[in-house]
Design a protein around this ligand. Structure first.
Ligand code: AMP
Ligand code: GLY
Length: 420
């Protein structure tokens, strides 16, 4: 079949790598893609936020299956446009993607279905929000309701920080995303990511992962989109996964169906685990980045079969074939990230690295300039390996990192420390 993947990051490179291995795949096109993706698939520079453009492209190129990577096209209704045109599509409708696009909506769903999460209140004005913080005290968490590219959450350790966050949000720092603010209880514990496919009715867990959000070793410094990840996440034991399915994920999927907005796609539950119980931190309506890189390393070609079963409403009969393995990815970023950084520095040494079912460098932000691979973003490479143990995967990934010649880049040397 002919498959179109939307997106341009390391997540989409990993999806491309897995889908390409499946014999069902004939033509594989990624829009807009990146320099690494272009080595595996055709790339097409189209506006992926415009449903009509995507549909026309699919019709012109006889695309049979569309896989939507990032949240922006989902929130913009690209999955709706594709389904309305009769295209088989992986990814939730705009109405269902509100589980990521509106934090207040997610809280409303948790209330309706009884899913455990932090206690909260919602505000559209600063004065009552400030009064709430004064009454509750710190630590406390202040969140812009809408999509804010991962920057709309302030975990305030002091009341002053929380009040400043409220003023920033209502002052327009996040534009329309901050028109409503959710303030919630600070949850202590260990965070992990749980990935579940849903076809609207049935759900199938497809793996767990943990990422490292802080830029510095020992989980210090500013937050980033993720500096590395590993799978599985040992903190998400079988028992906690079952509790999260029974109390959080399945009730959410039933509630979305009951409202006439069934959730179809991957539901990424960010969980806080404390005292053997998981509570919901947030939902994302897409695969995680860089968590997908480790999930795809472990799932390989079957990822396509699972996404097809999801899109076709056949998840009830689907299952995952697990190897008893581990995967780990190290993010290499441009020096300065997550602050200001330069683009355009050359990256060398990738050609000499192994590339097989246990080793892969996924590209997150690269481009080809006059035939030379150059950095074109903050997070640039995801150096990913698989092994029988997490230590194996770790050692293989860092051996690859050491073979990369990119003086303008950096990485954390301690990815996986919590589990190792
Ligand atoms: P979110 O975008 O909702 O995932 O929030 C970003 C990060 O903020 C999460 O990954 C958590 O590390 C942290 N966070 C969000 N909500 C809470 C909470 N209620 N308690 C503690 N940490 C939180
Ligand atoms: N790695 C976090 C995310 O994808 O949201």
């Amino acid at each position: 079949m002919n498959i179109l993947i939307l997106g341009s990051g390391g997540r989409e490179h990993a999806l491309t790598w897995a889908v390409k291995q499946n014999p069902k795949t004939d033509r594989l096109i990624v829009a807009p893609g990146n320099a690494g993706i272009a080595m595996l698939a055709e790339v097409a520079d189209i506006d992926i936020l415009d449903g009509a453009t995507v549909v026309t492209f699919c019709e012109e190129n006889a695309v049979d299956f569309v896989i939507i990577g990032p949240e922006a096209p989902l929130a913009a209704g690209v999955a709706d446009a594709c389904r309305a045109a009769g295209l088989l599509t992986f990814g939730p409708s705009a109405a269902a993607a509100r589980l990521e696009a509106s934090k207040a909506f997610t809280k409303e769903i948790c209330d309706a279905c009884g899913a455990p999460t932090a206690a909260y209140a919602r505000f559209t004005e600063a004065a009552p929000a400030r009064a709430y913080v004064a009454a509750r005290g710190a630590p406390i968490v202040v969140k812009a309701d809408g999509l804010a590219a991962g920057k709309g959450v302030i975990v305030a350790m002091t009341e002053a920080e929380a009040l400043a966050a409220i003023d920033d949000m209502f002052g327009g720092e996040f534009g329309a995303a901050g028109a409503e603010v959710v303030i919630e209880e600070f949850m202590a514990g260990e965070e992990a990511s749980f990935f579940v496919l849903s076809d609207g009715e049935s759900a199938l867990p497809i793996g767990t992962a943990q990422d490292h959000k802080r830029v510095g070793e020992g989980d210090t410094g500013p937050n980033t989109g993720g500096m590395g990840a590993y799978s599985p996440a040992p903190v998400l034991t079988e028992a906690i996964q079952k509790q999260a399915m029974d109390q959080i994920v399945l009730p959410t999927i039933r509630e979305m169906a009951r409202r006439g907005t069934p959730y179809q796609g991957v539901l990424y539950a960010g969980l806080m685990i404390d005292g053997g119980q998981a509570r919901l931190v947030e939902y994302n309506a897409r695969f995680g980045d860089p968590e997908t890189q480790v999930l795809m390393m472990r799932l390989g070609a079957q990822a396509l079969d699972l996404m097809l079963a999801c899109a076709e409403g056949r998840l009830a009969g689907a299952r995952v074939n697990w190897a008893n393995d581990h995967a780990l990815t190290v993010v290499m970023a441009a020096k300065g990230y997550p602050g200001a950084y330069a683009k355009g520095s050359p990256i060398r040494g990738l050609d000499a690295l192994p590339e097989d079912s246990h080793h892969m460098v996924f590209h997150a932000g690269t481009t080809n300039r006059d035939g030379a691979l150059t950095a074109n973003g903050g997070r640039v490479l995801n150096v990913t390996a698989r092994g029988a143990t997490l230590q194996d995967a770790h050692d293989r990934a860092y051996a690859m990192v050491d073979g990369i010649d990119w003086p303008e880049g950096f990485c954390r040397r301690d990815i996986g420390w919590r589990a190792l």
